[in-house]
Ligand binder design. Structure first.
Ligand code: HEM
Ligand code: HEM
Length: 180
């Protein structure tokens, strides 16, 4: 096992950064650049100028404004797919960057941490596969794939919360052990 292997470290930061970027695009799509919110502003401001447009036209314009931002979600998705494939090849060649969850010598906490990473990579694979299939797969699969793909937030956000609190608590524990 090569936990400190430099490529694992570099990949960790690249994967982490791209995932945070993808989350930013989703946040923008669901909030500031939400098509219904933007369509409402467009209709209101144009009607103040004496120009009436239908709601459908307002949504179409809103989607056109959002498109360049949203395209970066898809580009980042392709980059993440490349990083994911690279990570899996590295795991096959150099070993994983964390212990197997079945490693008998490890504490329950360590095993739990390993399971969290295993599930994270599994669900990440599902997000990438469904994202790619929405883009390149058959049109009649789109609705079903979108429903599955949109659930991605339900594992990414809890993972990040667990990851950051885990890192924080392990730092606090190590400092306490060092001062004893
Ligand atoms: C302040 C930012 C971060 C710090 C300090 C950090 C730190 C760490 C550390 C120390 C480990 C190794 C744990 C161990 O050896 O048991 C790790 C592993 C991991 N981190 Fe992070 N991390 C950060 C951000 C992220 C982000 C944004 C993601 C992605 C959503 C992420 C995903 C992972 C994954 C999947 C692992 C499992 C091992 C691997 O793939 O290398 N991390 N992180
Ligand atoms: C970590 C990986 C990913 C995460 C967390 C993620 C997350 C999401 C979420 C939450 C949505 C739904 C947004 C909404 O409710 O309006 C979405 C939509 C979408 N994603 Fe991703 N995504 C990821 C990777 C990808 C990849 C690899 C691709 C393709 C290359 C992709 C393409 C799309 C497309 C085309 C949509 C729009 C679906 C629609 O029109 O409803 N995503 N993504």
């Amino acid at each position: 096992m090569n936990r400190n292997y430099i490529l694992h470290r570099i990949l960790h930061w690249c994967i982490g950064f791209v995932i945070l970027f993808i989350l930013l695009t989703v946040f923008l799509r669901l909030n500031w650049m939400n098509k219904d919110i933007m369509a409402g502003i467009l209709s209101r401001d144009l009607s103040a100028l004496g120009i009436q447009i239908t709601y459908d036209d307002a949504v179409k314009i809103a989607k056109d404004i959002r498109r360049p931002m949203w395209n970066t979600h898809i580009y980042a998705g392709y980059i993440l797919t490349g990083l994911f494939v690279f990570k899996m090849i590295l795991v096959l060649i150099k070993g994983a960057s964390f212990d197997s969850p079945f490693c008998s010598g490890n504490s329950r906490r360590k095993k739990f941490q390993s399971w969290v990473y295993v599930f994270f990579y599994f669900f990440l694979g599902v997000s990438l596969a469904t994202g790619l299939l929405i883009e390149m797969g058959p049109a009649n699969w789109k609705a079903g794939l979108e429903a599955i793909h949109s659930l991605s937030l339900y594992y990414v956000i809890p993972f990040l919360a667990l990851h950051f609190f885990g890192i924080l608590f392990s730092r606090i524990r190590k400092e306490r052990e060092a001062s004893e």
